[in-house]
Design a protein around this ligand. Sequence first.
Ligand code: GDP
Ligand code: MG
Length: 725
Amino acid sequence: MDAPKVRITMALAGNPNAGKTTLFNKLTGARQHVGNYPGITVDYKEGHFERGGREILLTDLPGTYSLTAYSVEELVARDYLVNEKPQVVINIVDASNLERNLYLTCQFLELGVPMIIALNMIDVAKDRGIEVNAGQLEALLGVPVVPIIARSGFGTDALIDRAVAVAEDKRIWQPLDISYGEDLDGTVMTLMAEIHRQSFLTDTYPSRFTAIKYLEHDDQIMARGRVVDQAVAARVEAQADLVSDHLRKTMGVFPEAIIADHRYGFIKSIIRQGVQTRTFDTDRLYASDKIDKVVTDRLLGPLIMLAVLFGLYQFTFSWSELPVHWLDSLFGWLSGLIDGALPEGLFKSMIISGAVHGVGGVLGFVPLIMFMFFGIAILEDSGYLARVAFMMDRIFRIFGLHGSSVMPFIISGGIAGGCAVPGVLATRTLRSPKERLATLLTVPFMNCGAKLPVLALLIGAFFSEDKARYMFLFTVVSWLVALLSAKLFRSTVLKGDPTPFVMELPPYRLPTLPGLLIHTWERTWQYIKKAGTVILGISILLWAMMTFPRLSPDQVAVFDQQRLNLETQHHANTETASQERKSIDDAQAEEALRNSMAGTLGTAMEPVSRYAGFDWRTNIALIGGFAAKEVIVSTLGTAYSMGKVESRESAPLATRLQQDPHWNRWVAIAALIFIMFYSPCLVTVICIAREASWKWAVFSMLYNTVFAFILATACYQMPRLLSLI
Ligand code: GDP
Ligand code: MG
């Protein structure tokens, strides 16, 4: 017999009792006994058959539930797949036990084997009242799915035709990556980069698979890694151990548990999205599912979500009020102390105006930041944040964004206190370039941790009676603006079809107190470190810009002359005289600030900025805010302490703003709106450039600033037009 020209190798893999042997016999016609207890095929069997002029070599692998290194069957199956590299793997999935069977499927996806799913036992499923939508499963997994009944042979022809197509054209197979949550995804990415760079085990396993196996502490792969490259293996192991220790400390779990949780979450969400429908209800609901029935309910869910958000702000502002006040007094006392200890001069001005009033203003909000992070840690560690993402997906779709856009928004500060830089990086989970761009251009609108002190300052100064409600309001506004912008992008420059979405819902966990405290402290410490380094540096730089060039001797002479006149006109010791002397001092200080580099710039912008209600001092702060948004607070602190000599010692910035005739509620609203939406900070812009292109980075700076200015102007002018003030 002549051998046909084309040979295709296929492997059958799946859970025990999924019907592999039955299908194998049906296809190859081999006479064998079919047993229904697991383990009958510990060694794999081979057979062959012909199809459309091709010879197909088929291998029946041992049945397994997973691809760990814990059992011989699992090792045999996975070694066969990576060593023999069959052209396509037929993954038999028992449709009547979909959830458990897809667990193995997830791992095949990660192993990167070209795959097709044989959705077996649809007859059994039907009898149990379960209907599985193969088309929807195919769309969500990115892998062909063919329904079959192995025992009768129904669907097997179609299965083999599509398996041949996958073997001959790998493009048909476009699987998804599963996300393992914020704690692990970053590490997986770092490990992958290292593994890829060193070509470490890459001829056997895909780098993502190796990275995950190291996190799962897979003995076989780690042993193999040490043989291949001792040095790289040690590095990768050390990094994986680091994460492992961290997780155990913060959440009391091993990475394996988190990985398994996310796989089940991934599967659950797939099944929920119209893949499986029950014609009658047989299964009991698990605790998580029961909670989710209420918490992610279409009507109740969003209401609960808003209540949780409001509760978080209420908690944050009320609990932090006292400690924030203490810190304010502490910094007031400190600057008084320095004022007395140092001689008048440039150095003293730099320490008090640049360092203490600049960085102090930012550090003063540490208690508030800490309470906010604590609240967010509870939401995150319990698993509620994932539900928020799940619910937001429905809303996001309306605005042309993807379900995977939700996490980047939350990371960027959707609830408050994130950062747009990791937010922009997190958009990498989006596959459609247009949805990704729309997301990374709008995440900077969220209220990141750096905007938080600005919000706290202005809300505290002008809306002190109802802080939580205003914080809530500004958060909702930030979401609205981000979503509407996304819609605008998606219906103009970034037009395109939506792509399917799979959301992972890990089971709820009771957060542990040490875990919450560690999460809170890590983020708070980051905030403090940034204030003590970057913000301090920029504060001093801005202080210098607000100090130099100094007034010329001629200009100083004018004020000296005024003082001299005062002396000769009045008796030097009267009350009016000392007050006039102070106002001359103030005028000189203001003239000096105006005359400085920053003052000149701020003044030059005033003709435009005054439409939105910003004076030259605010302009200086806004320019500084481009370097980092916390700088807005520190610069206002510096500008208002340099421009006014008399109040230097005591009053906190909030009080000084309240007393300034230039500021009022409407100016505060306009300023907040502008600050929330104008150009992303420098680091974010660089990040956008790297993730997209410089063209989009520049677009983001210009678009956001113009857009923010229009909004701020509208906010400031509206009450004037409506003659409210
Ligand atoms: P394996 O462990 O994956 O090799 O599974 P088997 O091929 O041994 O099948 C386990 C049991 O399921 C056997 O009793 C088969 O007859 C039965 N079976 C396999 N496929 C089907 C199917 O599509 N429908 C029904 N009703 N039974 C099936
Ligand atoms: Mg079998």
